[in-house]
Write a protein that binds this ligand. Structure first.
Ligand SMILES: C[S@@+](CC[C@H](N)C(=O)[O-])C[C@H]1O[C@@H](n2cnc3c(N)ncnc32)[C@H](O)[C@@H]1O
Length: 275
């Protein structure tokens, strides 16, 4: 099995749409007319969740009508936010068929299909013409991709000169073995976490200039603490990303949180300008 097939199988749930819709229905949502706030907590699969997306969008200087490609778009939470709050036209691509199907289904239920569309593709072969986007985003995806140089070359190709590429990735802050399972991989076989200096070098080699960099560990740790507190007080949401991750969710979330806490890993945002 190829690495990409293993990664897609890692993220495949099997009955994700039914699980999400049943939980939304049970919590009193009108599933025929959803809005993006109804999906809070389940459609953003990254550390710092929605708050991180909001800061990221601000740093990307998004404006009405911009064309944005979100690579590894998952269930589509960030893409719908970029469209609904900043007026972007968003194309998401993702390796995992089920995520693409559920992302499109949720977008339709939010009545946003004319601004946001998802399709199955690999980050290593983007199905778009040269210079077709103003912005590109990669949110917690590179940890599953060994050949980051090839991804950055593809992203440089589809961005117009002067366009911005925003990355928000889990990076390795010191040289030590990772503790598995992690949210993105059960073992090291499909995990390719790199330090910020490797990202910076590969971005430069692909024709980007890194303009901004920020470590979002404090935000990620605060949100993790808030989620633990709400679980302990019994006020946890009916459906959480943890529930979607299956049996090992608690261990996977605990491993990444502990690694951020002890400074081994950090969620780092970078904004790079296409030369
Ligand atoms: C941790 S999730 C993040 C999803 C989304 N960016 C978010 O923040 O909610 C990682 C996503 O990257 C996708 N992915 C991993 N490797 C990929 C590749 N080579 N090409 C496209 N998508 C990939 C996975 O299918 C998964 O949906």
């Amino acid at each position: 099995m190829s690495t990409e097939a293993k990664v897609a199988s890692h993220y495949t749930h099997g009955s994700l749409e039914t699980t999400i819709l049943s939980a939304l229905s049970a919590s009193g949502k009108d599933i025929e007319h959803l809005n993006i706030a109804d999906l809070a907590g389940i459609d953003e699969f990254h550390l710092g969740r929605h708050e991180a997306t909001v800061q990221f969008a601000r740093d990307l200087d998004l404006t009405e009508g911009m064309r944005l490609v979100d690579i590894g778009s998952g269930l589509g939470g960030p893409a719908r936010y970029f469209a609904s709050n900043h007026g972007c036209i968003v194309h998401g691509i993702d390796l995992t068929d089920e995520f693409v199907n559920v992302a499109n289904a949720l977008t339709k239920r939010c009545d946003m299909s004319s601004e946001v569309h998802f399709q199955q593709a690999s980050a290593l072969a983007l199905p778009f013409g040269d210079a077709s986007f103003d912005r590109a985003t990669l949110i917690h995806v590179g940890m599953n991709i060994e050949n980051k140089a090839a991804v950055f070359a593809e992203i440089r190709r589809v961005l117009r000169p002067g366009g911005l590429f925003g990355l928000y990735e889990v990076m390795k802050m010191r040289d030590s073995a990772l503790l598995y399972p992690m949210p993105w991989a059960m073992t090291s076989e499909t995990s390719f976490v790199e330090p910020p200096e490797v990202y910076r070098r590969l971005l430069n080699e692909a024709g980007f200039t890194v303009d901004f960099e920020e470590d979002r560990s404090a935000l990620a740790l605060r949100l993790a603490q808030e989620m633990r507190a709400s679980a302990a007080s019994g006020t946890q949401q009916m459906l959480s990303l943890g529930a979607l991750m299956g049996a090992s969710a608690a261990e996977r979330v605990a491993n990444v949180t502990m690694s951020v806490q002890n400074g081994l890993l950090a969620p780092v945002e970078m904004i790079a300008v296409a030369g």
